[in-house]
Design a protein around this ligand. Structure first.
Ligand SMILES: NC(=O)c1ccc[n+]([C@@H]2O[C@H](COP(=O)([O-])OP(=O)(O)OC[C@H]3O[C@@H](n4cnc5c(N)ncnc54)[C@H](O)[C@@H]3O)[C@@H](O)[C@H]2O)c1
Length: 289
C-alpha cells in the first residue's frame, strides 16, 4: 500500500492522546474513526475537542469552516470491528499496560484488513511486545506523539527488528502528511529518545523535592526561567497524568529490574490518593475546572 492509497485511519483509545491524534488526522484530510471501550470516554473526547476548537476559532487561529470540515471526517464508536474493518492504518492509544495492548493487537490483527499497519502510541513500550500477538509483525511499529498532540510537532517512529522498512517508511511519510516532524529510530529502546532525556530531568526534580531543597513551584520556575523550558517538570507530570507517569516507570522497571526505575514514593502516594494531575483537578498543583 502506498501513502496515496491511505484513506482511513482508526485511533483506538479516546483519552488525552487518542482524541487529539484523531483530530490531527482529520485535519490532514483522512477519514478517522475514534474507538474506545467506554462510551463516556468518547463523549468526553468529543466535548473536549469541541471546547478546544471553539477557543481556537474565537482566538482567530482557525476558521469555523476548517474545524467543521475536520469534524465531518471524524466518527466515534465503541465497536472495534466497525472501527477497523476497512481501515488502512491503526494508531493504538489505550492504557499503558503491556497485556492490555497485547490483547488489543491480537484482536486488531483478526479484524483489520491484511494491508493495515498497526502502530502504537505508547510512551515507552516498544512494539516488539505487541508484534508477536499478531500474524503481521512486519506491519507493527511505534508511532509516538507528544502531549498535547494537536500542538506538539515531534513524532518518534520506531522500527523494531520485526518491522519492515516499508512500514517504517509509510509511517514516516504519514507523520509528514500530518504536518509533524518525524524522527526514525532503527533500534528499540524503552522510552525512546525524548522521554529518556526527560526522565533524567524528572528524576532530579523529584529528588530535589523529596529532599526539601525546593518546592515544586520553585523547581518549575528554575526550569522555565533559567533553562527556558516551556513548562516545568511538575507542571508537565500534571499535564501528562501521574497515573501515566507511574505506569511508564513500572513498565521500565519490569524491563530493567532496576529499583531506580520504579516510580518515586511521592508519585505512588499521589496516584493512590487519586491526585492524577490536571485531569483530576489536583496533582502537584490544584486546578479549577
Ligand atoms: N498522556 C501523555 O502525555 C502521553 C503522551 C504520549 C503517549 N502517551 C501514550 O498514549 C497512550 C494513552 O495515553 P492517554 O494519556 O491518552 O491515556 P488516557 O487514560 O487518557 O486514555 C486511555 C483511553 O483508553 C481507553 N481504553 C482502555 N483500554 C481500551 C481498549 N482495550 N480498547 C479501547 N480503548 C481502551 C480508556 O477507556 C481511555 O479512554 C498510552 O500508551 C500512553 O503511554 C501518553
Amino acid at each position: 500500500m502506498g501513502q496515496s492509497q491511505m484513506n482511513q485511519i482508526s485511533v483506538i483509545g479516546a483519552g488525552a492522546m487518542g482524541s487529539q491524534i484523531a483530530l490531527v488526522c482529520a485535519f490532514s484530510g483522512f477519514q478517522v474513526i475514534l474507538q474506545d471501550i467506554e462510551e463516556s470516554s468518547l463523549k468526553r473526547a468529543e466535548e473536549s475537542l469541541n471546547y478546544q476548537m471553539d477557543r481556537r476559532i474565537k482566538k482567530g487561529k482557525l476558521t469555523e469552516e476548517a474545524v467543521q470540515t475536520a469534524f465531518n471526517r471524524l466518527t466515534y464508536t465503541t465497536s472495534l470491528e466497525e472501527a477497523v474493518e476497512s481501515t488502512d492504518f491503526v494508531i493504538e492509544a489505550i492504557v499503558e499496560k503491556v497485556e492490555t495492548k497485547q490483547q488489543l493487537f491480537k484482536k486488531l490483527d483478526q479484524l483489520a484488513p491484511p494491508h493495515t499497519i498497526l502502530a502504537s502510541n505508547s510512551s515507552s513500550i516498544p512494539s516488539s511486545y505487541m508484534a508477536p500477538a499478531t500474524n503481521r509483525p512486519k506491519k507493527v511499529c511505534n508511532m509516538h506523539f507528544f502531549n498535547p498532540a494537536l500542538v506538539m510537532e515531534l513524532v518518534e517512529v520506531v522500527q523494531g527488528e520485526h518491522t519492515s522498512a516499508e512500514t517504517a517508511e509509510l509511517t514516516v511519510e504519514l507523520t509528514k502528511q500530518l504536518n509533524k516532524t518525524p524522527i526514525l529510530l532503527k533500534k528499540e529502546i524503552n522510552g525512546f529518545v525524548a522521554n529518556r532525556l526527560l526522565g533524567k530531568l524528572m528524576n532530579e526534580a523529584i529528588d530535589l523535592l523529596e529532599n526539601d531543597i525546593a518546592t515544586a513551584e520553585e523547581i518549575d520556575l528554575a526550569a522555565t526561567k533559567a533553562l527556558n523550558h516551556p513548562i516545568g517538570p511538575f507542571a508537565l507530570i500534571d499535564l501528562t497524568g501521574l497515573d501515566v507517569h507511574y505506569h511508564v516507570r513500572m513498565e521500565r522497571y519490569y524491563e530493567s529490574g532496576d529499583e531506580a526505575d520504579k516510580p518515586a514514593a511521592i508519585i505512588k502516594e499521589k496516584v493512590e490518593r487519586g491526585e492524577l494531575g490536571k485531569k483530576a483537578g489536583k496533582g502537584f498543583y490544584t486546578y479549577s475546572s
